[in-house]
Design a protein around this ligand. Structure first.
Ligand code: A4P
Ligand code: MG
Length: 466
């Protein structure tokens, strides 16, 4: 970029939709527009339901709204941005004025008049359409119109005004938040990237020296500051401070930055097992405290950025206001928020460890044992087996998916397996026995293993009892 700073221009965009979940599509269009660089959505009109004008007979009614934006994009780029939002929402152009999942038109661009191939502003038909004028006049009593017409003297045949009726309140305009990330580990960095993509302003990042390069790669242009300075930047704007430090360092980091926060600032950590007491120094200064725990692993930033959207995010808070903020942030990250009580977090986190880390551990043990049994490429050979178990577990539930000796009550096989492990892989034997006992419990609960069968399993495991 060559130093020219563009002054933001106020524009009106018209939104129209008559396919799919119409209201959701309108809201999604506003969210997507707001997330684009160079566009800030300021307000929305109410949503109107409108009879179709032109186009094929018997197309469904439309929802229409107008939004006011501020943009630093030149007109062509703004039109391109509207097209990108249409594409994102699955717009297909079949016939002129035909039904659509979203139409985003540029009504006005400041007070400019543009007449170029493919771009006419003000929109040449806007003054003839009640589905544009009704929402637009809510936002501007004297909007720019084609040919320098004025609304006060407009002579328009708008047809049946009853064909344009208020349908829903204004679309939500999400305020861009100011965010600082203190502790730019993999999770913290992925969260920062996703918040930036959601249209928020990441103003600073802090972390150990070793994370400086990662931050520069994923958050280019965001200053890398000391924890206190980074926190102060966000706090000055009443923003959000994400403490991405490892669990055992959160308290220390919070204590180090607390003096920079106060009322109106939110401080959150990303731990699954730790409570909000780690944030006491920030709470004592009046900050809103909460935790967000993505039910996802972050082997690297890329995987986190890719997989966090669509994942559950546990929201822990002590007030309804803080919980609502956490849910909003979780949604903005693309996640699915759920409330997580503070006192159950250690148990909840143990569950997450089983679901993820120990699943990996069990597969790693299996691979090692296959190799010990002489298989040359155990990973490739065991993959179909492992995937079937995994897929069945989520498709049919563990009670139906579980197979194997413990579930069948096959004590002879258990004894042989354990004898071999004791001799050749003694470290794996206690884990095998513990999981066999758990498996028998699942099969018994499902009514697939008789009390006698279960007793036989217990008998086979007796010398491994912990
Ligand atoms: N284009 C030129 N100027 C502009 C501008 N200011 N904003 C060109 C957006 N596009 C502009 O648009 C066709 C071409 O217009 C584009 O290539 C662009 O370069 P499109 O979005 O591909 O197709 P469209 O929207 O079907 O065509 P058009 O002519 O924009 O239709 P209108 O006038 O937007 O009408 N009835 C109700 N109740 N509610 C509606 O929202 N919408 C239409 C579409 C018809 N009937 C309706 C509604
Ligand atoms: Mg259009």
């Amino acid at each position: 970029m060559t130093g020219t700073v563009r002054v933001p221009v106020r524009c009106y965009l018209a939104l129209g939709v008559n396919l799919g979940d119409r209201l959701a599509n309108l809201q999604a269009a506003v969210d997507l527009l707001g997330a684009l660089d160079g566009i800030r959505v300021r307000r929305s009109s109410r949503v109107y339901e409108t009879a179709p004008v032109g186009g094929p007979a018997a197309q469904p009614d439309y929802l229409n709204a107008v939004v006011e934006i501020e943009t630093t994009l030149p007109p062509r780029e703004l039109l391109g941005a509207c097209g990108a939002v249409e594409a994102e929402l699955g717009r297909e152009r079949a016939e002129r004025w035909g039904p659509r999942t979203i139409d985003v038109d540029v009504l006005t661009y400041g007070r400019e008049e543009i007449d170029e191939p493919g771009l006419t502003v003000p929109h040449p038909r806007m003054h003839q359409r009640a589905f544009v004028l009704a929402p637009l006049l809510e936002l501007d009593a004297d909007p720019p119109l084609p040919g320098r017409r004025r609304i006060a003297t407009l002579r328009a045949d708008l047809g049946d005004l009853a064909s344009v009726r208020p349908f829903a309140p204004p679309l939500q305009v999400r305020r861009a938040r100011v965010v600082a990330v203190v502790g730019a580990g993999r999770a913290g960095t992925a969260v920062a990237v996703l918040l930036a993509r959601a249209g928020h302003q990441v103003v600073a990042v802090a972390g150990r020296e070793a994370t400086r390069e990662r931050a520069a790669r994923w958050l280019p242009g965001v200053p890398f500051l000391s924890p206190a300075e980074a926190t102060a930047r966000s706090a000055a704007a009443g923003g959000v401070v994400v403490l991405g430090a490892p669990d055992d360092r959160i308290a220390e980091v919070c204590a180090a930055v607390a003096s920079a926060v106060g009322p109106g600032v939110a401080v959150l950590h990303l731990s699954g097992s730790a409570g909000l007491d780690l944030l006491d120094p920030a709470a004592a200064r009046g900050a809103t405290v909460l935790s967000l725990h993505p039910l996802q692993s972050f082997p690297d930033v890329e995987t986190g950025v890719e997989r966090l959207p669509g994942s559950g995010i546990g929201v822990t808070a002590r007030t309804e206001e803080a919980a609502a903020l956490g849910e909003a942030l979780a949604r903005e990250l693309g996640g699915i928020p759920f409330r997580l009580a503070e006192d159950v977090k250690p148990l909840y986190h143990a569950a997450a460890v089983f679901a993820s880390n120990y699943l990996v551990t069990v597969e790693a043990i299996a691979e090692e044992l296959f190799r010990a049994a002489g298989l040359r490429q155990p990973a490739a050979l065991m993959e179909p087996l492992a995937r079937t178990a995994f897929d069945r577990t989520f498709a049919a539930g563990p009670e139906a998916a579980l197979t194997g000796p413990a579930a069948r009550g096959d004590a002879g096989t258990l004894v042989r397996n354990l004898a071999a492990l004791a001799e050749l892989a003694p470290d794996a034997a206690p884990a095998y026995a513990a999981l066999a006992r758990a498996a028998a419990g699942i099969a018994a609960r499902a009514g697939r293993l008789s009390p006698e069968g279960r007793a036989a399993v217990e008998e086979a495991l007796v010398r491994w009892s912990s």
